[in-house]
Each structure stands twice: as structure tokens, then as C-alpha cells.
Ligand binder design. Structure first.
Ligand SMILES: Cc1cc2nc3c(=O)[nH]c(=O)nc-3n(C[C@H](O)[C@H](O)[C@H](O)COP(=O)(O)OP(=O)(O)OC[C@H]3O[C@@H](n4cnc5c(N)ncnc54)[C@H](O)[C@@H]3O)c2cc1C
Length: 404
């Protein structure tokens, strides 16, 4: 049986390109299939990249990658009932740990880097089916069929290869919806970038809003669980518009996009490997939302790199079924460890995020009000928790999960 390549990657987003760059450097004969006309044409991201993985992949990225602004100011904003809100900011000028990015520009640049290293990318190529044949995987695309002994599924949350092989169910209950607009900017005077995380901006919406400052624009978006999406004709677009209005952001909308986000959590991760196939990035469910950081991009790059090294070993040994080595390498990397660390906070966010802002606002309001009924902070907090139907046991348990 002759194969078209040592390995085929499905999807030219961050995870697929990172796998492709790693394997091109290792001299593997690799083809990447991307359904968009170029990388970045089809993907959506809030736009804040933690750059530690990127610097491993492209060590001189700070000099040459199309990054927007270094994020050095964090603002947290929590809305409560009756126009109350809590906000706080933290600034660390000069910090270079995360940058705002615009994916259409960024992914295109990364694809160009990959092609310069010799990776063969076939654009406008949609993979619609995958099946096992002759000890390898055959991929059906709108440009014909291709075969390889190893396939990396980097197709994002829909994970076309794993689903076609029956290794994954179509599972929107494990996804969130992310909507984003790029708005011609105001409030961009600050030379370094700012991230604003917003909780409880839209009543009943389980999720949160974000704003990142780019060089000339703002990225404004909202993430929400599918079960709490308000009913309307255009729920996704309405959501981001309502959020923008609430935040008082005006300006021409240059770009609008909506996309599913994996939301499995460490303990419910889907299958990550099987004979001849490996999943990376969103296709593997690698996303962290721990209330402080929303991260998928650094995990996508890192998992792509790990997959590239794992595949090199598989090709050298000609044992294409032994994909468990990928999982073992993931266990040794930061990826699964960080997912596990975030799991407790993730479970609080998932189940109780909307319960606490009102309680905290009431307690703060009481503390800043002087009257004859003044109470101690602790007795006031206990009373406000009770009024909101939250037992002390639950509050302590949630606090433990957030802190530990
Ligand atoms: C609204 C929103 C906000 C987010 N905010 C952030 C953030 O601020 N920071 C952060 O780190 N992460 C954020 N994320 C998550 C982050 O965008 C993802 O984790 C990351 O993009 C995953 O990269 P990936 O390469 O695995 O998948 P993707 O970026 O989804 O790339 C998949 C690629 O596969 C291609 N493809 C799909 N199906 C096929 C097919 N059948 N055939 C061929 N090609 C195919 C697509 O065109 C695409 O190019 C956000 C996500 C959303 C939706």
C-alpha cells in the first residue's frame, strides 16, 4: 500500500501549523489540509495569546510575529443587580507574557513560516470523511482522497477525523459559543495593551465578556454556554451587541464572527489518540477558563509541538499504532497539568458563577453605607449568603475550589 505522505494534518490553525513546523524541522514528509483560502480565514479567537509556547516554537517571534499589543493591564468588572458593579485593575507595565493578536494576520504569518520550512499546505481543501484502510487512514476531501499511516486531527472543536472514525460524538453540550467583533477603536491611547474581563454583564447568560486592545482596534466578545443562550432570531449577534452597548463601546464593526469553544474540563476530556490518529488543540478539547485566564492558543501550539515529536518517533519506529506515546508526552508537558490545575475553578465557574456577584455587591454596599444597623463583615456576609439561598458549606467549598 503506498501512502501520500508520512503524516497528514487536518486543519491549518495554530495547533496544525505548530505540528507542521515541528515535523518539517524533523524532515518528515507532511501534508497539511486547510479548508480556508488561507490560514486564519476561518478561525475565531478572542485574541489574547500567552506567548510562552510561541517562543518555544519560534524563538525570535517577538521580533517578527504580527503581535498587536503586550497586555500589561488587567481590569475585572462584575455587574450586579440595581446598577451596582465591582471593578478592579492591576497594572504591570513592561510585562511581556501575553499579547493581543488578530488571528487572520497571525495564522497567515505562521503558515508562511511553516511553508518556508518546507511544509506542504493545500488550502481550500475541505476534509469531509475519514476511514481506516490498509493500516492507515484515508481522508476524503473535495479535491480527492489522500492516505497516510498517521493523521493529526487539528480541525478544531468539530474534530472531523475523530468524529468520522466514530471516536467522538457530536457534543455541543460540551461546547460554549464564542462571539466576537473587531471594532474600530476608541480608548486606545494607552501604548501597551489592556484586557477587560466582564462577569454577569448579561442576565442569565452563563459565561462572560472580554475586551482586548489591539493597535488600531478593539476585540470585543462574549462566551456563553449553549443552554443559557437567550432566545432570539440572531442570538449570537444580539449577545455581542448587547454586551457592546452595556460597555458603552461605539465605533464601526469591522469584523464579526461566531465559533464553538470546547468546554470539557480536565475530568471529561474526550479521546485524545487512537491507532494511527492523534488530536491536538481544540480538537482535543484543550481549553482553560479558570476565571483569571481564557487560554486555548498556547495549548494549541504546545500540543501541536508535542504531537510533532511523537509522530517523529512513530515514523522512525514504523509502529503507527503506538500513539499512546503522544499521551505520555502530554502527561510530561504542562498541558494536562494546567488543565488539571484549572479543573476546580472551572467547575465553580460552570455551576455557580452567576450566584456570587450579587452577594459580593450587597456586602460591599453594606460596608460602604453607614447606618445604625452596621454589622461586622462576617455577619453581613453570612446574612447576604443566606438571603441568596447559598449555604455556608457551599460557599466554603466553592472558595476552597477557587483557591486550592
Ligand atoms: C470567541 C473566542 C474567544 C477566544 N479567546 C481566546 C483568547 O483570548 N486566548 C486564547 O488563548 N484562546 C482563546 N480562544 C480559544 C482559541 O481560539 C482556540 O483554542 C485555538 O484557536 C485553537 O486552535 P486550533 O488550531 O486547535 O483550532 P482552530 O483555530 O479552530 O483551527 C482549526 C483549523 O482547521 C480548519 N478546519 C476545520 N475543519 C476542517 C476540515 N473539515 N477540513 C480542513 N480544514 C478544516 C479550520 O479552517 C481552521 O483553520 C477563543 C475562542 C473563541 C471562539
Amino acid at each position: 500500500m503506498s501512502f501520500d505522505a508520512d503524516v497528514i494534518i487536518v486543519g491549518g490553525g495554530l495547533s496544525g501549523l505548530s505540528a507542521g513546523i515541528t515535523m518539517a524541522r524533523e524532515g518528515l514528509n507532511t501534508i497539511l489540509l486547510e479548508r480556508g483560502e488561507y490560514s486564519g480565514a476561518k478561525n475565531v479567537s478572542g485574541g489574547r495569546m500567552y506567548i510562552h509556547s510561541l517562543l518555544k516554537l519560534v524563538p525570535d517571534a517577538l521580533e517578527k510575529a504580527p503581535l498587536e499589543k503586550p497586555i500589561t493591564k488587567e481590569t475585572y468588572l462584575m455587574f450586579c443587580e440595581n446598577n451596582k458593579k465591582i471593578s478592579f485593575s492591576f497594572e504591570e507595565k513592561g510585562k511581556r507574557n501575553s499579547y493581543s493578536v488578530l488571528r487572520a494576520k497571525f495564522d497567515r504569518w505562521l503558515a508562511n513560516e511553516a511553508e518556508n520550512l518546507g511544509l506542504l499546505i493545500s488550502y481550500s481543501t475541505n476534509v469531509y470523511n475519514a476511514y481506516r484502510e490498509h493500516e492507515g487512514i484515508t481522508l476524503e476531501t473535495d479535491k480527492g482522497a489522500l492516505k497516510a499511516p498517521i493523521v493529526i486531527d487539528a480541525s478544531g472543536v468539530t474534530s472531523v477525523v475523530f468524529r468520522s472514525l466514530g471516536l467522538r460524538n457530536f457534543s455541543p453540550d460540551k461546547w460554549m459559543l464564542g462571539v466576537k467583533e473587531v471594532v474600530k477603536g476608541n480608548g486606545l491611547e494607552r501604548e501597551e495593551g489592556e484586557a477587560i474581563t466582564v462577569v454577569n454583564a448579561i442576565k442569565g447568560a452563563k459565561g462572560g465578556g472580554f475586551i482586548y486592545t489591539n493597535k488600531d482596534t478593539l476585540s470585543v466578545g462574549f462566551t456563553i454556554t449553549f443552554d443559557s443562550i437567550p432566545k432570539s432570531e440572531k442570538p449570537a449577534k444580539d449577545l455581542v451587541e448587547e454586551f457592546r452597548e452595556k460597555m458603552g463601546i461605539e465605533g464601526e464593526v469591522l469584523e464579526y464572527s461566531a465559533h464553538a469553544i470546547p468546554y470539557y474540563g480536565y475530568k471529561n476530556l474526550p479521546r485524545l489518540y487512537d491507532k494511527n490518529v492523534i488530536a491536538v488543540g481544540d480538537a482535543a478539547g484543550f481549553l482553560i477558563n479558570d476565571g483569571f485566564t481564557i487560554r486555548g492558543m498556547d495549548l494549541a501550539i504546545a500540543s501541536g509541538m508535542v504531537a510533532g515529536i511523537a509522530v517523529k518517533k512513530l515514523v522512525e519506529s514504523r509502529n503507527y499504532e503506538n500513539t499512546e506515546i503522544y499521551y505520555k508526552m502530554l502527561e510530561e508537558s504542562f498541558i494536562l497539568r494546567h488543565l488539571e490545575l484549572a479543573y476546580n475553578r472551572f467547575s465553580v465557574i460552570n455551576s455557580s458563577l452567576s450566584l456570587y456577584p450579587d452577594v459580593i455587591c450587597k456586602v460591599l454596599s453594606d460596608m460602604f453605607t453607614v447606618s445604625e444597623d452596621r454589622r461586622t463583615l462576617i455577619s453581613d456576609a453570612l446574612i447576604r449568603l443566606k438571603e441568596s439561598g447559598i449555604t455556608l458549606g457551599k460557599a466554603l467549598d466553592d472558595l476552597r475550589k477557587v483557591v486550592l
